[in-house]
Design a protein around this ligand. Structure first.
Ligand code: SAM
Length: 276
């Protein structure tokens, strides 16, 4: 009978976050496929488990993946772990899951630590709708083009980033989204130096000009503000009139409503000065 591939999430810092079910699954698997066997050995030692380990990572996945699938088809069970967090999320586990699905090998995902979700939950930004963006492309041109397409994204966005790219990425986020956009920089989650900075992009750039980025980061960025496109030009004119009636100067009322509704200032100004 075909074996099962178990996706076993591992702690993103604090070893206490391994669940009992994850530990039991590791113990029961015939072998463990690990991104970095030295990293996973530490976890297995912590759990007092001695397991047969195979290496499966970005640079050997083309050869290692089919070998793992062969063993699964022959009836062995495999627990897949990555260096930290949830396998298959921004790591080569994604390819192994696809190979298994194509070969008809059952895949069982266990719930557990994931850097993206941990960061989102502590970000204090809107969590109802979000877009996971993973790592931005490392090349400047591709990175900026990706951010250009995200300018109008209304959902909260989640990015993974390495510390040595953080400043360049903040500059590009600033250029694409503007200085006022909110960002939560979630650093070293679940570790000794865990820190969450909730800032505007302008403040974040200024902060990291003086402080070198250290450790692992998830960046959570608020989505674009919804434009109130549902407001018709006629309704916008009425809103301007209401503000004027409350004592606001015409010019100021026109500016505010134009900004809030997207209706042109000229149209609003023309309409209210004509009718007065
Ligand atoms: N599959 C993993 C997951 O989703 O949890 C993520 C793997 S990805 C190769 C590694 C990235 O996750 C890091 O570059 C960083 O952006 C983020 N990360 C992992 N651990 C973290 C931590 N303790 N604090 C903040 N970010 C972390």
């Amino acid at each position: 009978m075909t074996g099962t591939l178990y996706l076993v999430p591992t702690p993103i810092g604090n070893l206490g976050d391994i669940s009992r079910r994850c530990a039991e699954t590791l113990a029961a698997a015939d072998f463990v496929a690990a991104e970095d066997t030295r990293v996973s050995l530490k976890l297995l030692n912590h759990l007092e488990l001695k397991k047969s380990l195979v290496s499966y990572h970005e640079h050997n996945k083309k050869e290692s993946g089919p070998r793992i699938v062969e063993r699964l088809l022959a009836g062995e069970s495999c627990a897949l772990v990555t260096d930290a967090g949830c396998p298959a999320i921004s790591d080569p586990g994604e390819d192994l899951v696809r190979l298994c699905a194509e070969a008809g090998v059952p895949v069982c995902a266990l719930p557990g630590p994931c850097a993206a979700i941990t960061a989102l939950s502590v970000s204090a930004l809107a969590t109802g709708r979000f877009a996971f963006e993973g790592f931005l492309p490392p090349q400047n041109k591709e990175r900026r083009a990706r951010l250009e397409r995200l300018k109008t994204e209304e959902r909260t966005m989640i990015f993974y980033e390495a510390p040595h790219h953080l400043r360049a990425t903040l500059e590009d986020l600033f250029a694409a989204f503007g200085s006022e956009r909110r960002i939560s920089l979630c650093r070293e989650l679940t570790k000794l130096h865990e820190e969450v900075l909730r800032l505007s992009l302008g403040q974040a750039l200024a902060f990291y000009a003086d402080n070198p980025p250290r450790g692992e980061y998830v960046l959570v960025v608020s989505g674009a503000e919804l434009r109130q496109q549902a407001v018709s030009p006629e309704q916008a004119v009425e809103l301007v009139k209401a503000l004027i009636a409350e004592g606001m100067r015409t010019k100021e009322a026109v500016r505010q409503i134009a900004e809030e509704t997207g209706v042109s200032k000229n149209l609003l100004y023309g309409a209210v000065t004509k009718s007065s």
